[in-house]
Design a binder for this molecule. Structure first.
Ligand code: C2E
Ligand code: MG
Ligand code: MG
Length: 738
């Protein structure tokens, strides 16, 4: 009991010390009385003194136990030992006085003092032993010492005592027979007292531990019978923020609402706490009881929400990302279809955003995107879905809006955008273009709708930036034609409807063809022969150009292999082809298959191929160069005309765009450009070709700048080479005749 008192929480300690004191007092009292009964003296006992003796024994013993645990160190054990000695002595004295009416008791002082001293000494040692950690040995020793203290005090004191029974017979005390009765009573009372104490230890340990276990779980636990709360653990009480008495007998539904299987909400005073619920039945207090284990899942739900948000939103702008936008837009369109309500899709991208990034850096670019996201969010209210599809592309789905309403909304957005960015320090030139497609008129699926909104956006940009363009019949018609063209292109490859024409490239001085440029033609079953201008763009966009380009390369190499040794073939390569990582291998294979030597093949690239400034493109060009193939920059002057590109990549030839030749005589700048381009090529050690010479006059005008080679209708139109072996003579003759 003492060890329990030492271990348990403060609130329970005093109870344990009192219980221990009672057990000790009971022990002292019982030991004394049973020993007294061993003397077969016909005495009787006064009820009052007998009762007082046990109370005194218990009272002082309690003080002793409090001192033992309450006062730290040796002094605690000392005080406690003295008190035990006192308890024994006091009990003994009062106990003796209980027979005062039935016998004459005379004591001797020396034995009296010896009894006090020896009994006290045993008590001191007993408490000393009891003050340490409880072990079985200590327990046994303490018990022996306490009994020794009681017995020594009792026997020594009794040895000096003279008891002369007064033969007054039984009088308001107890008779001899009663003495056996009292012996039994003493045994029973004392044993019960001690047993109750010991039992309390075990029950308390068991109950406290079980309760502790119930409180130690992660789960809040509540027990109900007939739907009413009968018990709950601390977790549950903390959750509902009320003490047990306040919720006892309440209906469970008043505190806990179950939503779906295994889930629900606990009604806390300030909020609803989402919980996971495990239900069961147990036996409690001997009756069947419902049991609910509840686990607070608010943190888990928050984490889920956070993860979900991260997975579905663009981290920079906080708008929906492409995947999430598409998923939600699909759902919204399904709903619109079911309700036969309209919807509109807006796609937009920023004009000149690349310039902002290039001029002010990516950090500024990011700020601009965030600002745009803010303007978007403030311009389109729920249920609009706003997503960032990547880069500077944004898209908005407006459920329930017809396309004229969508145009109005877009116009509002545009004016707000202008206001915000007019005052923006670094991005004053920034604009946004919007394309709109309506559901279901312009597409019954999201992909179709997006495609058409993109087409409208493309048109908006083409008309001048910062505009809104809604998809219409005209655009629809164009899109259909484009799609048909793409389908036909795919078929054309299979049907072998392509063929090549060759246009001579002549030496500027002699006018002799030194090579031929392969130019693609399509023998269309309905429209006849089509020039690349009609279909190349569609082939590039649909990707057919890759297959077509491979075919051109193989065919040109094979045909050129039959020409005179000193005549080269020039083949146009599209930007899409240049992005293919295995282009050098394709070229090598075409050369190998045809037997054409690499030095007789020139690949013509346009500047758009080099725009993306990809590392792969540079590597590809180097590998092609390594094969021995020559590289020409085609249509120089029509695009960016970057000198950096000319220096960075291993070009051999510069072809000046034919528009300059066409402008000669009309536009003085044209001549200057040709002159400068020729000089630049010279400086870089490149061969110069002037394209598009149609008249003798143009040739005369150009001659003073002395380009290396010339190309144009004057020297020969693109023609089929009928006799491949005689290509040289054939074209030479024609060029002369023109
Ligand atoms: P390009 O590479 O600049 O080819 C020269 C174009 O100018 C040819 O048009 C040719 O017919 C035209 N041309 C030549 N001399 C004159 C002239 O004196 N006056 C005028 N007005 N035009 C002249 P074509 O064959 O219609 O080809 C146009 C463009 O299509 C080519 O421009 C080239 O970029 C592309 N292309 C042609 N064949 C292929 C090919 O096989 N693959 C790829 N990717 N593109 C090709
Ligand atoms: Mg060309
Ligand atoms: Mg050209």
């Amino acid at each position: 009991m003492l060890s329990r008192a030492r271990q348990c929480v403060r609130a329970h300690r005093n109870i344990w010390l009192a219980v221990a004191g009672a057990a000790l007092g009971g022990t002292i009292w019982a030991t004394h009385f049973i020993a007294m009964l061993a003397y077969s003296i016909p005495v009787s006992y006064q009820l009052f003194e007998t009762g007082a003796s046990i109370l005194v024994a218990i009272g002082i013993s309690c003080l002793a136990t409090f001192a033992l645990v309450g006062v730290p160190g040796l002094s605690g054990a000392g005080i406690s030992g003295c008190l035990v000695g006192l308890a024994i002595a006091a009990m003994h004295t009062i106990g003796l006085s209980a027979i005062g009416n039935s016998a004459l008791v005379e004591g001797r002082m020396d034995t009296f003092i010896a009894a006090w001293a020896i009994g006290g000494a045993f008590s001191l040692i007993a408490m000393q032993v009891a003050s340490g950690q409880v072990t079985i040995t200590r327990l046994v020793f303490t018990a022996l010492l306490v009994v020794s203290a009681v017995c020594s005090h009792h026997l020594i004191s009794m040895s000096g005592l003279r008891v002369v029974p007064l033969d007054s017979g039984p009088q308001n005390g107890l008779t001899l027979i009663d003495r056996i009765g009292i012996a039994a009573a003493v045994c029973v009372v004392a044993s019960l007292l001690i047993a109750a104490g010991v039992a309390a230890v075990f029950f308390d340990r068991y109950l406290t531990d079980v309760k502790g276990l119930a409180n130690a779980t992660f789960e809040a636990i509540v027990l109900t019978r007939c739907g009413r709360v009968i018990h709950a653990n601390e977790k549950f009480l903390a959750m509902v923020g009320k003490p047990l008495p306040a919720i006892k007998a309440l209906n469970l539904e008043d505190i806990l609402s179950q939503t779906k299987a295994g889930m629900g909400f606990v009604k806390a005073p300030d909020r609803l706490i989402p919980v996971e619920i495990v239900e069961g039945a147990i036996e409690y207090q001997g009756r069947e009881t419902s049991f609910f284990g509840l686990r607070d899942i608010s943190e888990r739900l928050e984490a889920h929400e956070r993860l979900d948000h991260l997975a579905s939103h663009d981290p920079l702008t906080g708008l929906l990302n492409r995947r999430a936008f598409n998923a939600r837009a699909e759902d919204a369109l399904c709903l619109a279809e079911a309700e036969t309500s309209p919807a509109a899709l807006l796609t937009m991208d920023l004009d000149r955003f690349k310039a902002v990034n290039d001029l002010h850096g990516h950090a500024e670019g990011d700020l601009v995107l965030q600002e745009v996201a803010k303007v978007l969010s403030s311009s389109f209210d729920s249920p609009a879905l706003i997503g960032r599809m990547g880069g500077d592309e944004f898209t908005v789905l407006l459920p329930g809006k017809y396309d004229d309403q969508a145009q109005e909304a877009a116009a509002c957005f545009l004016s707000r955008f202008k206001t915000v960015f007019a005052s923006h320090p670094n991005a004053a030139a920034l604009g946004v273009s919007v394309g709109i497609a309506a559901f279901p008129a312009h597409g019954s699926s999201l992909t179709h709708l997006q495609h058409n909104a993109d087409a409208a956006l493309y048109r908006a940009k083409a008309r001048g930036r910062g505009r809104i363009y809604a998809f219409d019949r005209f655009l629809d018609q164009q899109m259909r034609e484009r799609r048909r063209l793409e389908d036909e292109l795919r078929r054309a490859i299979q049907m072998d409807e392509f063929f090549l024409l060759y246009q001579p490239i002549v030496d500027a001085l002699s006018g002799q063809p030194v090579g031929y440029e392969a130019l693609l033609r399509w023998q269309h079953p309905t429209y006849g022969v089509l020039a690349p201008a009609v279909f190349i763009e569609a082939a590039e966009e649909s990707g057919s150009i890759i297959e077509i380009g491979a075919w051109v390369l193989q065919r040109a190499c094979r045909q050129a292999a039959g020409w005179a040794e000193n005549v080269f073939v020039a083949v146009n390569v599209s930007p899409r082809q240049l992005l293919l990582p295995d282009l050098p291998e394709h070229v090598a294979a075409a050369l190998m298959a045809s037997g054409l030597s690499a030095s007789r093949l020139e690949l013509e690239l346009t500047e758009t191929s080099l725009l993306e400034d990809r590392v792969e493109v540079g590597q590809s060009l180097q590998s092609l160069k390594a094969l021995g193939v020559r590289l020409a920059m085609d249509d120089y002057g029509s695009g960016y005309s970057s000198m950096t590109n000319l220096r960075r990549y291993p070009f051999d030839t510069l072809k000046i765009d034919r528009s300059y030749v066409a402008a000669l005589g009309r536009d003085p700048v044209a001549g200057v450009v040709i002159e400068c381009a020729v000089a630049l090529a010279r400086g870089l050690g490149l061969t110069v070709v002037v394209e598009g010479i149609e008249t003798e006059e143009q040739r005369t005008l150009i001659s003073p700048w002395a380009p290396d080679l010339m190309q144009g209708f004057l020297f020969g139109r693109p023609e089929t080479l009928i006799n491949e072996a005689a290509a040289h003579d054939f074209c030479f003759t024609r060029s002369r005749s023109v």
